[in-house]
Structure formats: structure tokens, C-alpha cells
Design a binder for this molecule. Structure first.
Ligand code: 3PG
Length: 224
């Protein structure tokens, strides 16, 4: 009882309004793993200029933090999420590089607790109703649904809306140009994310113009 009350007092820290304003800017969020630091700014710029202004840079590569710093400096109008955050220590690194929000693939009690105290809002990753209920208890109302396709996709999200209709999601994992629409049509989906905006072959070829065109096509098709 005491624990629950102290958590409830901190509910505003979970920053639902802030997450909503970020997600409203982007029906599609590119999920990016920067392999070569020199790609960071031109790649992010191509996506941004193509019309995708919210970018998730994952901590899956050695140069990720440096990449986020550089992108943040070069594109101050973009909203930068730090993805694949697994621990509170990585969450703190995201605060230090000046990101706008944090995304986690799954959740731990430690992350849920840390997120409530952090100045940076978190989009916690959930795949089940139980994970969602745990996040809900901590005050989280906005979630990443991951891995979306493997965890039941559109049907699972429709089912989540039964017991917890106020929760909103950004599904990622197995989403592409052909099924994004099915997700975006759901009332409890704010936006979708995925790596399909940064095809490996185009990044390796440094074909930023092709990535800009792809981003533009996606932005024109899915944005409000
Ligand atoms: C993520 O972390 O959101 C995923 O790796 C993106 O999944 P995708 O590669 O299937 O788009």
C-alpha cells in the first residue's frame, strides 16, 4: 500500500502529454542502427528532409551515442529518441546526450522506476497485458508494442483495447510499407516504427537521395 501510494504521487513524471506531442509529429518513426559514425548526420538529414522528423537511434552499435550527439547538433528541430535502452545506466546516457525521449524493447521494474524520476520521457516496450498492467501501475500510458508482428500484431492491439482502452501504442517489429496502414487504422495506435526506412543496401551505398525519396513517399502516404 505504501509503495503504491508513493508511485501514484509521481504519475505526472511519466509525461504522457510530451510523448503525445512527439508521436503526433510522426506517424512513422524510423528505427536506426548507425554502423559508421560518418553516416549519422547525412542519414538523419535525408530522413528529416524527406518529412520524418522523429527518429529513434538505437544503442545497438558502438558509435550510437556519438551519432546521437552529432544528429542533435545538426538537426535541432528533429525529435530524437534513444532506442534499445536496456538499463537505467543507458537511460542516464540518453539524458546526457540531449535526446528527447527513450524507447525500450521490453521493461524491467528498474527501468519503470527510473523512468518515473527522469526528466526524459520513456516509451516502454511491452508485448503482453501483464507488462502493460505493470507499466500502468507506475503511471505509464504510452507504450511501444514490440515485437509487434511476432506478438499478435493488429489482433493483439485490438485485444489490449478491451481491458485497457486508454493505453496508446507505437508498434514496431515486422512493420513495413505494406502493413503500416493496418496498424495506423487502430484507435489505440499513435504511430508505427521500423527499420524499413533505412535499408542496409542504401545506407552502405551512401545513397542519401534514395533514402530521402523513401522517407518522402512514406511521409506523404501516412502523415496527417
Ligand atoms: C525495433 O527495435 O523497434 C525493431 O528492431 C524494429 O523492428 P524491424 O527491424 O522489424 O522494423
Amino acid at each position: 500500500m505504501t509503495v503504491q501510494m508513493s508511485i501514484d504521487k509521481q504519475l505526472p513524471s511519466t509525461r504522457t502529454t510530451e510523448l503525445d506531442s512527439i508521436c503526433l509529429k510522426a506517424e512513422v518513426i524510423p528505427v536506426i542502427a548507425i554502423q559508421r559514425i560518418e553516416d549519422a548526420v547525412p542519414l538523419a538529414r535525408a530522413l528529416f528532409e524527406g518529412g520524418l522528423s522523429v527518429l529513434e537511434i538505437t544503442l545497438r552499435t558502438d558509435c550510437a551515442l556519438e551519432a546521437i550527439k552529432r544528429i542533435n547538433e545538426a538537426l535541432p528541430q528533429a525529435s530524437i529518441g534513444v532506442g534499445t535502452v536496456l538499463t537505467p545506466a543507458q537511460y542516464r546516457q540518453a539524458e546526457e546526450v540531449g535526446a528527447d525521449f527513450v524507447v525500450t524493447p521490453g521493461t524491467t521494474e528498474a527501468l519503470y522506476r527510473y523512468g518515473v524520476t527522469s526528466p526524459l520521457p520513456m516509451l516502454p516496450g511491452v508485448a503482453t497485458v501483464s507488462e502493460l498492467m505493470t507499466g500502468w501501475q507506475y503511471g505509464y500510458r504510452r507504450f511501444k508494442f514490440f515485437p509487434a508482428e511476432a506478438s499478435g500484431g493488429v489482433k493483439a492491439l485490438k485485444s489490449f483495447a478491451g481491458p485497457i482502452p486508454e493505453a496508446r501504442f507505437c508498434p514496431t517489429g515486422g512493420i513495413g510499407i505494406n502493413n503500416a496502414e493496418d496498424y495506423l487504422a487502430l484507435n489505440n495506435v499513435m504511430c508505427v516504427g521500423g527499420s524499413w526506412l533505412t535499408p542496409k543496401s542504401l545506407v552502405e551505398a551512401e545513397d542519401w537521395e534514395a533514402i530521402r525519396r523513401l522517407a518522402r513517399e512514406v511521409a506523404d502516404r501516412f502523415h496527417h
